[in-house]
Design a protein around this ligand. Structure first.
Ligand code: CP
Length: 299
C-alpha cells in the first residue's frame, strides 16, 4: 500500500476510536467473520473478536488444536469449510509464510492476514504506525522527521517487516538493530539502515520497537545466548535512561520481560523520561481491525 492507502485505513480507525468505544455499531450486522488461528495468539485474536463485536457482527472461531487440522486436514480445506459454513470474511494466522495468500487464492470471500510465519503481520504494522503517530502528535499520520529503531530478532520477525513497510512509507527513518545472526545482510533489501550497536543509537531515536526473540522459529541451536542478547540488545532500565525524554518505547507483544525488555521499562506509562506505549499499541489494534474488517466488506 502507498501512504495514501495506509492513511485512509488509519483515519477510519481514528473515526472508530472517536465514535465512542462503548457504542454498538451495525457495520457488520448479519455478517460472520471466520477467525482461523492455526498459530497461537492473544492480542490479535482478542482484538479481531472485539472489533467484530463492536461492529455488530458475529465470529466463527477455529484454532489449530480442537479442529480437524489435527487430523491432517489442509489449511485450504479448513478455510473453505468455514467459508461454506457461512463466513463472509476470513481472518487467518498460519505458521507457514504465505498461508493467508494461499487461502485467498482459493476462497471466494476476503481474507485478512493475521500473521504468516516470518513473513508479514499487516494489521500489526498498521496499528503500530497508528499508536506511534498518536503518541507523537502526528494527527495526519505523517511520520516524517521521526527516527524509529526496530531492535532484536529481525530475521524471524513478521512484525519487523510490516512495521518497516508502514513506518517508512509514512515517512519515518527506520534503523534495524540486532546481533549479526538476527540481521543477515539480505535484510538490507528492505531498504533500511542496519546496525549491530544499540548503545550508539539510543540517544538518537524518537521511538524504539523491541522485538521478542522468536526461539520457536530458530532451527537448531539458538544463534545468540540469552546472556549475549541481554548484554548487547535488551532495553534494560539503564539503557532506557539513555533515550531522549520524548522517546516512546514500543513492543508488539508478547514480551519476554527480563529478556528483551525490563519490566519497569515496559510499564512506564507516565512521568519523566521515555514513555511506554505498549498498552496503546494493543488498544489501537481493535480500531485498526475494525477499519480493516469494514473495508474488506465494503462498508
Ligand atoms: N503482536 C501479536 O501478534 O501478538 P499475538 O501473537 O498475541 O497476537
Amino acid at each position: 500500500m502507498d501512504a495514501r492507502e495506509i492513511r485512509s485505513i488509519l483515519n477510519r480507525a481514528k473515526i472508530f476510536e472517536e465514535s465512542s468505544a462503548r457504542a454498538q455499531l451495525d457495520v457488520l450486522a448479519a455478517r460472520r467473520v471466520g477467525n482461523l488461528f492455526f498459530e497461537d495468539s492473544t492480542r490479535t485474536r482478542v482484538s479481531f473478536t472485539t472489533a467484530v463485536q463492536r461492529l455488530g457482527g458475529t465470529t466463527i472461531d477455529l484454532f489449530g488444536t480442537g479442529s480437524s487440522v489435527s487430523k491432517g486436514e489442509s489449511l485450504v480445506d479448513t478455510a473453505l469449510t468455514v467459508e461454506a459454513g457461512g463466513a463472509d470474511v476470513l481472518v487467518v494466522r498460519t505458521k507457514p509464510a504465505g498461508g493467508a495468500h494461499l487461502i485467498a487464492q482459493h476462497a471466494s470471500v476476503p481474507v485478512i492476514n493475521a500473521g504468516d510465519g516470518r513473513h508479514q503481520h499487516p494489521t500489526q504494522g498498521l496499528l503500530d504506525a497508528y499508536a506511534l503517530a498518536r503518541a507523537t502528535g502526528r494527527q495526519d499520520f505523517d511520520l516524517s522527521g521521526l527516527t524509529v529503531a526496530i531492535v532484536g530478532d529481525i530475521a524471524n520477525s513478521r512484525v519487523a517487516r510490516s512495521d518497516i513497510n508502514a513506518f517508512s512509507t509514512l515517512g519515518a527513518r527506520v534503523v534495524l538493530i540486532g546481533p549479526r545472526p538476527f540481521c543477515p545482510p539480505a535484510i538490507a533489501a528492505l531498504g533500511c539502515e542496519m546496525s549491530n550497536d544499540l548503545d550508539a543509537w539510543l540517544p538518537k531515536v524518537d521511538a524504539i520497537q523491541m522485538l521478542r526473540v522468536q526461539t520457536e522459529r530458530h532451527t537448531g541451536s539458538t544463534p545468540v545466548t540469552r546472556r549475549q542478547y541481554r548484554a548487547g540488545y535488551a532495553l534494560t532500565c539503564q539503557r532506557a535512561e539513555r533515550l531522549q525524554n520524548h522517546a516512546v518505547v514500543m513492543h508488539p507483544g508478547p514480551a519476554n520481560r527480563g529478556v528483551e525488555i525490563d519490566g519497569p521499562v515496559a510499564d512506564q506509562f507516565n512521568g519523566e523520561g521515555p514513555r511506554s506505549i505498549i498498552r496503546e499499541q494493543v488498544r489501537a489494534g481493535t480500531f485498526i481491525r475494525m477499519a480493516v474488517l469494514a473495508m474488506a466488506l465494503g462498508r
